[in-house]
Write a protein that binds this ligand. Structure first.
Ligand SMILES: Cc1ncc(COP(=O)(O)O)c(C=O)c1O
Length: 369
């Protein structure tokens, strides 16, 4: 029986235990717990990682998407084209501002929005395109930006799984109307709780987002509009600032694990993740497309290998969105991916031996021992 967890956050913690404890102590000692210097500095640092102008820390990645849509004026009756093969929050955010999620199919190789299908779904009501940079690889931002320019649409990037990733040398948010990040614990940059951030390039939009996250107010007890209470806490910001120093190294370690898997698996009846030449991926997940996926999943689980199915149900088949009445047959690639995708263990600090153990069991499954 092997023991390779799907994710192991202990490596990250052990590497930085003293620095994180020091950061927590600093905040507790200082006594400012909401919207202080730690959040302000983290906002600058994340904006710099992305190449976008401004960062706005918020409560979580879902709120980041909601506030971003709302601040751009996306609302009732507007259509937002997005991926059906993503975490539910992407479409939920669109519904939260009372706009309509319109799903375009994804590409079968990168799991990301297929720009040609996006083009087919543009109508006079389309207001924005919301690409999701799934599993840590950015969507085809060149094609999406061209469409947005031609039809005068906003582009908001769901980069919750893609901090540190690049498309032609640019991070999420650098070449669009902004991007949202999640700092959920398992993300490539995760805190020990919830957290999120929006990055944008327009200073007025940044200013509005800063108001919206705190009851529509810029001056205490003066409220310019109805807003939210969605702030990133100082404690989380302080922890994230420590962890951000290791983000590049950790993302490199993820790419190294991916390279080992690619070598070990490329002759088996499965596809390893395809990386577009223009993309620098950060492998939030390493997801194969496998024949007899469910059998393989059970085989690995029974031998102590942690795996996950991301995602078992496409968004147009979620009960909460059933009223939109989208037809599964219009999404052949998403339909295939929910049947054959399997995500393998990957995390910073994962050893070559662990990756080789996973590879050996997969080979054993297909070839027999
Ligand atoms: C693609 C995607 N979008 C949005 C979210 C929502 O982020 P959060 O859990 O921080 O609200 C997540 C993460 O869970 C995600 O993976």
């Amino acid at each position: 029986m092997a023991n390779v967890p799907f994710i192991d956050l202990q490596h990250e913690w052990k590497e930085q235990e003293a620095d994180i404890q020091e950061a927590i102590h600093r905040v507790l000692q200082n006594g400012t717990y909401i919207l202080g210097e730690e959040v302000r500095k983290l906002e600058e640092e994340i904006a710099a990682v992305s190449g976008a102008g401004y960062g706005i820390g918020v409560g979580n990645g879902t709120d980041a998407l909601v506030l971003h849509l709302y601040a751009l004026g996306v609302g009732p009756g507007d259509e937002v084209i997005t991926s059906p093969f993503t975490f539910f929050a992407t479409a939920e955010a669109i519904q939260q501002v009372e706009a309509v999620p319109v799903f375009a199919d994804v590409r079968s190789d990168t799991f990301n929005l297929d720009a040609e299908d996006v083009a087919r779904r543009i109508t006079p009501r389309t207001k924005a395109i919301l690409p999701v940079h799934l599993f840590g690889q950015m969507a085809d931002m060149t094609a999406i930006a061209q469409l947005a320019k031609r039809y005068q649409l906003y582009v908001l990037e769901d980069a919750c799984q893609a901090i540190g990733a690049q498309w032609e040398g640019h991070g999420p948010g650098a070449l669009s109307h902004g991007a949202s990040f999640s700092f959920f614990p398992t993300k490539n940059l995760g805190t020990c709780g919830d957290g999120g951030m929006i990055v944008v390039n327009d200073p007025e939009l940044a200013e509005r987002l800063r108001r919206l996250r705190v009851h529509g107010s810029r001056r205490k007890y003066h409220h310019d509009e109805i807003g939210w209470n969605s702030r990133l806490d100082e404690l989380h910001a302080a922890i994230l600032r420590v962890k951000l120093q290791r983000l590049d190294v950790w993302n490199e370690q993820r790419r190294a694990v991916a390279a080992i898997y690619n070598d070990l698996l490329n002759d088996l009846p499965l596809s390893v993740p395809h990386v577009d030449k223009r993309a620098l991926p950060v492998y939030h997940l390493y997801t194969i497309q496998a024949e007899r996926r469910d059998e393989l999943h059970a085989y690995l689980r029974d031998r102590g290998i942690g795996c996950g199915v991301y995602y078992p149900v496409p968004l147009y088949r979620q009960r909460a969105l059933r009223k939109l009445d989208y037809k599964p047959e219009h999404y052949p690639h998403a339909e295939a991916l929910v049947r054959n995708s399997l995500s393998l263990p990957i995390f910073p600090g994962m050893s070559r031996e662990q990756a080789e153990t996973v590879g050996a069991f997969i080979r054993q499954f297909y070839e027999g021992s």
